[in-house]
Design a protein around this ligand. Sequence first.
Ligand code: BYC
Length: 338
Amino acid sequence: MLGFGMYTQALDSAGAAEPQGDVDEVARLERFQARIDRDEKIEPKDWMPADYRQALIRQIAQHAHSEVVGMLPEGNWISRAPSLRRKVVLIAKVQDEGGHGMYLYSAAETLGVSRAALIEQLLAGRAKYSSIFNYPTLTWADIGAIGWLVDGAAIMNQIPLCRCSYGPYARAMVRICKEESFHQRQGYELMLTLARGSAAQRAMAQEALNRWWWPSLMMFGPSDAHSVHTAQSMRWKIKRFSNDELRQKFIDVTVPQAQYLGLTVPDPELRWDEPAQHYRAGPIDWSEFQAVLEGGGPCNRERLAARREAHEAGRWVREAAVAYAEKHGAHAEPARSG
Ligand code: BYC
């Protein structure tokens, strides 16, 4: 479609007594929505409504922060992995999560926000990241449970994001999902090894499932009735399914996996609904979810403290990179100074 202005702020700048401007704006919004409806990708230099840009920055930044904070619970077990093979796999997985964060910060930067500003919001406690990473990893089985359940939930949520209307986010998700799929398999394989092991190993696997099941269901976000962003995000095809739809899909695939492991899902009300062909879960404790979002989860403080410490520890690397870029002038792009 031929060029309207690239980064218009027309809504802000159009005078109140200029109906012509409003008409243009309405037409622009209609053309934008028509592109979305035709499943065209929106690219960074295309015109987009300010709210669409903002919604993407919000979601992509939260997602990037989740990947980076998500390295911490698993990183806790790298030094205590029970074999060289497990250690290598775990290091590779945690490194992948860091990489996912980097692709996602880059995708957010195409929307006109700097990575430094987003990280600053995280460290100041003003940004959200996934509730799931505020829970502790108490035993080795938690590493299996995270791969199986947390990465499993992440894939369920993220596969549809590969078809997100915003090109850079969608493309980042294609690679991320391939890696998440490997993460999920290694987690399930770890759980299977424990489930087929000694009585103590089986008990450890069950106990990890008991602690991670409900927080994994909460990863999908509030119920549709309480989700403030879903309706608009679905109109814009940022999201393709609602929170409850994805949660249901996750339950339907995961319950048989637990049965195969010989483990019990910690939900006494869980039942198979034959006519609907779905598993029906009992009610989620949304007060726990709310408390975690408000900073009151078991590890919220610890996670932010770890990120702040890592940021400080990396300061000399950032400064050296800027000094190097300045010294080599035009050949390297200096980090943004603003
Ligand atoms: N935790 O209107 P709603 C990974 C917030 S990491 C915290 O439904 P939306 C991995 C929500 O942000 C995978 N906050 O929002 C890494 C909103 O707050 P604001 C992380 C949550 O955006 C390491 C408010 O609640 N994946 O894979 O339509 C190791 C209302 O919610 C949560 C992503 O980030 C939550 N669980 O839907 C292993 C995927 N849920 O912004 C694995 C991308 C909701 O109004 N994100 N909130 O202050 C999304 O798909 C969507 O943003 C969500 C929420 C489904 C999460």
